[in-house]
Design a protein around this ligand. Sequence first.
Ligand SMILES: *Cc1c(COP(=O)(O)O)cnc(C)c1O
Length: 421
Amino acid sequence: MDKYNVKCLLCGEVHDPHAQSCKRGDDSLLRTYYTAKQLIPGDLPGIWRYYDWLPTDGIIEEGSGRTVTYRSKGLAYALGLDELWIAFNGYWPEKDAYLMTCTFKDLESFPTMQRLREQKEKRVMVVASAGNTARAFAHVCSITGQPLLLVVPAQSAHRLWTLHDDNHSICLVTVDGDYFDAISLAGDISSREGFVNEGGARNVARRDGMATVMLDAVLTSKTLPDHYLQAVGSGTGGISAWEASMRLLEDGRFGTTLPKLHLGQSLPCAPLYSMWHGIETVDPACPRGMYDDVLFNRKPPFAVRGGVSDALEATGGTIYAVSNKEASRARELFEDCEGIDINPAAAVAVATLVQALEAGNVKPDERIVLNITGGGQKLLMRDYELKQLPVSLAVSAKDKEAGIKIVEKVSEIFGLQDDGV
Ligand SMILES: *Cc1c(COP(=O)(O)O)cnc(C)c1O
């Protein structure tokens, strides 16, 4: 029997395991269905502990980490909570946390690249990102040597570091524009011959990788929580937490109720919040003014079948919008209480918890999982030297020739046979 299959949520048809959309054109995410109905953690490194529920047939031995879940004392006490579990994603050796790019994007990049290896994919993977995703893909490709084209807004280039000396398989292009410009350009390039798009929320390896946050939290706390909180941009992590919860329900050992999703966005650019509540929050100047622009996404997978709207409806969840002031207070509170530095995006999740408690949506005696999506970078910088990725090419979003220039640069670096033009 196959380890898993991939189905459309509308027509139910089994698809090629690597497909990213329904071949009949249904507006639905495809979802993985695993043969193993009970989750037995394997004795494998990093994320591969959850191998049975990852859509791969093999692992990347080196370099992956995983979520580490622990029961909070400090923050729980400060907020008056009985049972707060922190799902920490980042670097924190004291807790055995070794996500070496300091965010949960590593949980997406490893399964995605493993699948490309299985397909013997020769094309160049194209990733557009405001930073954390790009860094996670750079990390895994520095290990596996797979060719990678990163398209990143120029203002985000500072987030592009690795711990590796040898990054020869990476072409980093900066775009003088925003994340959306980077996405459009990457979309144009990946439609050319010789390139392949990583697929974002449509990529089941990304979602099932992120789903391991919930798997880790539930295996550690031994039960499905009442509530799951996370800061979101695309909302993919929220969808993944819901999908993991459904699998854990079916497992039968962890409870009978889906955890409610409480997703937090950063004002003034909170499109998912706007779509869910029908209140306009997106300023044309976005992502300017955000506490953390990695949380901005102009076209999140909201209404698509199996997307954010379905996840919120199915779990009885909701979305919050957090001001910069709330986020910075929450960051201080968390860092003081828990003794680890966190990413600004993760501070938005902490502020979301504060709001959810104030609104009475989460009660102090309920079981809570708080996803700290990134942390420990200060600690990592104490222990390691970060190496900035060199920029291979800088283009302007307004330049009509930008696509061609990038393809030429990629052929120069990787020596592609067919330049794809
Ligand atoms: C990407 C990211 C998020 C938001 O993730 P979604 O794709 O919206 O689930 C939150 N925190 C950090 C640190 C991130 O890098």
